[in-house]
Design a protein around this ligand. Structure first.
Ligand SMILES: Cc1cc2nc3c(=O)[nH]c(=O)nc-3n(C[C@H](O)[C@H](O)[C@H](O)COP(=O)(O)O)c2cc1C
Length: 324
């Protein structure tokens, strides 16, 4: 059993969290992670208030365990946030504020509702900003990760943020897919890990089966940092690119983003159709470099048990065996 301060803070058995993904709100996966003793999370940023209520009630109906609701701050979805506050999840998770956005009103309202506050940062400055606003926990997200990421690698960023925000606990995110990543993160000073891509390739994930297969097929060298999915979606992300599988859709527009902007509406419609059809060549699949470590589709609970057992073996047998 690996116990860290995060286990106490969130009242969970294992220091393994599922990142709340706004683009794929999937209660089944979040419930599976929480039921297995990790912390499941759902994204609320693109839901209306009624749907947020439904998702939270669905989660509550299926698990008594703690879970998180995630908000992308720059989206500024006050209706969904108000609905989430009423649901009072154990953890309110925030990420990606816009420049100059005041974090304290969000964190204060979450605290007043009885939630712990988690804040994801991709730089030391961002982590300090979250800590100063009162976050209970900082997620240090490296560029290896899937979805929107910045430029620093987790191996460097995690210990820098651990030092910068001490004694606030830190989770490592980006590129972690197995017990080796968990053990390494703990060695870097993190108190646990937050995963996206690895959990997308599980039985309970809502991802189209073709996209799950694409994660298994990826060797991790075939992801790119790109703004193309956001340009096609008509979104401007504050200070980040998306790490996505390099496919025909990305190659068609790479270097021609100006043209994609001009053709945004038709490109968005084509992309949406490809997404629904599970077209791996023409859709957009946001995944991390850790896709290169993913070779199976386990149930989320089995995955957590396997990760923790592997990390325990590394910490209790392999590493002590190296000491002279
Ligand atoms: C498809 C996708 C969507 C994501 N959406 C969000 C989001 O809405 N909010 C958020 O805080 N993080 C989001 N993330 C980032 C994850 O929370 C996590 O930091 C990241 O996946 C970690 O890297 P990994 O994919 O290598 O595990 C997303 C990641 C992916 C892959």
């Amino acid at each position: 059993m690996i116990r860290t301060r995060v286990c106490e803070l969130f009242d969970i058995d294992h220091p393994v969290m599922l990142g709340g993904m706004a683009s794929i709100t999937a209660p089944e996966l979040a419930v599976a992670v929480s039921e297995a003793g990790g912390l499941g999370g759902v994204g609320g940023s693109y839901l209306d208030a009624a749907r947020m209520h439904e998702v939270a009630a669905d989660m509550r109906g299926r698990t008594d365990k703690p879970f998180a609701i995630n908000f992308l701050l720059f989206v500024d979805n006050q209706d969904a946030f108000a609905a989430a506050l009423e649901a009072a999840p154990a953890v309110m998770a925030f990420a990606w504020p816009s420049d100059g956005q005041d974090l304290a009103p969000w964190f204060d309202r979450a605290h007043a509702a009885g939630c712990k506050v988690m804040f994801m940062a991709d730089s030391v400055e961002g982590a300090r900003r979250g800590a100063d606003a009162g976050a209970d926990l900082i997620v240090a997200q490296g560029t290896e990760g899937g979805g929107h990421v910045a430029w620093m690698a987790a191996s460097v960023l995690v210990p820098m943020i651990v030092d910068a925000v001490a004694p606030i606990p830190v989770l490592a995110a980006g590129g972690i897919a197995d017990g080796r990543g968990l053990a390494a993160s703990l060695a870097l000073g993190a108190e646990g890990v937050l995963l996206g891509t690895r959990f997308l390739a599980t039985v309970e994930s809502a991802l189209h089966p073709n996209f799950k297969q694409a994660i298994l097929d990826s060797d991790g060298h075939d992801t790119v940092l790109t703004e193309i999915p956001d340009v096609a979606g008509g979104r401007v992300w504050p200070g980040a690119m998306a790490r996505a599988l390099r496919n025909r859709f990305i190659d068609r527009w790479a270097g021609r983003e100006w043209s994609l902007r001009q053709n945004q509406k038709s490109a968005a419609a084509t992309l949406k159709a490809a997404q629904q059809a599970g077209d791996v060549d023409e859709g957009s699949l946001l995944i991390g470099q850790d896709a290169g470590l993913i070779n199976d589709l386990p149930a989320a609970g089995d995955l957590i048990a396997r990760m923790v057992a592997e990390a325990e073996e590394i910490m209790s047998a392999r590493l002590p065996g190296l000491l002279g």
